[in-house]
Design a protein around this ligand. Sequence first.
Ligand code: UT7
Length: 347
Amino acid sequence: MRSPPAAAELSPMAVHGVAQTRAAVLGLGAYAPPKVLTNDDLARLVDTSDEWITTRTGIKRRHVAGPDQATSDLAVIAAQQALDAAAVRAQDLDLILVGTATPDMLFPATACLLQERLGAPQAGAFDLLAACSSFVYGLISAGQMLTSGLARTALVVGAETLSRLVDWKDRTTCVLIGDGAGAAVLGASDTGRGIYAGMVGADGSAGNVLKVPAGGSRMPMTREAIDRKLHRGYMDGQAVFKLAVRTVPGLIRETVARAGWTMEHVDLIVPHQANLRIIEAMASQLHLPMEKFVVNIQEYGNTSAASVPLALFEAVQGGRIHDDDRIVLAAFGGGFTYAACALVWGK
Ligand code: UT7
């Protein structure tokens, strides 16, 4: 892992004798579109096989947005579910932060669309783009706003429709991705639960390994750009794989240390679901059994910013996370970005 010059840290230490206010997750929501593509479905589109996809990635199925579903349509369902679970009214939200690389449009931000649809007129709203790391970046950022007093209640969403960016004729990328959304409502807590440490980092020199070149100010969406498929996602898979395995285990260790814990304290790690082999490599480097990692890539593929909150939601629903458990969320993605967050579960 590179030393973290661009890394930011949340204060992990409690003030002696005084309960420290932390940002805690009050409720979660998640949504995946009903349309499912199996590996066999993809083998009818490109030269691939269930055997290759399963052994190289762990993916069996992925959910794909319908033609009428944009990112905000997925996000609003997950967000409303999180609000209901938290028993928080949308009109009481101070902040809506959406992590996405596939906004409905360049602007207004998807967070503003969500603010209107949820009915949250008091909430500040903005999008955050750190590719697959966006949700964890967002959770840490919103957590800071809560503990600094800038907001009392925040909604953080990771939502993507990467199926719109992928080249469905490129077998090296189309088999990997899926669409989805996950959401968390955050509130201030004095119970000893909540976020203990967060780290965000980036290596911009590796920006070329994962990108969508066209559609921005450098290369507007021209017919030539479309003909050259530059509006589609490009990925150097092996380079991303190596960066992830080189960076994330050290990031997790450092975040756990900044929380004041040791690795033995950690009950569960919720990693970005990009490739089962990446998660296995992390487990091996951290000398942890796979049981300590949440894995749901077989059902959703890589849903980018939605992957960590989707996995977190399923782990809680499945009874794998209980109050006072020590949890680490960890993500990496285009940028190259990475982020991890250590929290004690519960309100
Ligand atoms: O969210 C963060 C973004 N993405 C990632 O984290 C992805 C990280 N990288 C990966 O997960 C892996 O590198 C991939 C799954 C993308 C690729 O796995 P790999 O084991 O690194 O395969 P490879 O790129 O070395 O390709 C091996 C072979 C190649 O054929 P040749 O040159 O050996 O004949 C590929 O053309 O597999 C071929 N191949 C496929 N074959 C069947 C590539 N994609 C497919 C496919 N089906 N879908």
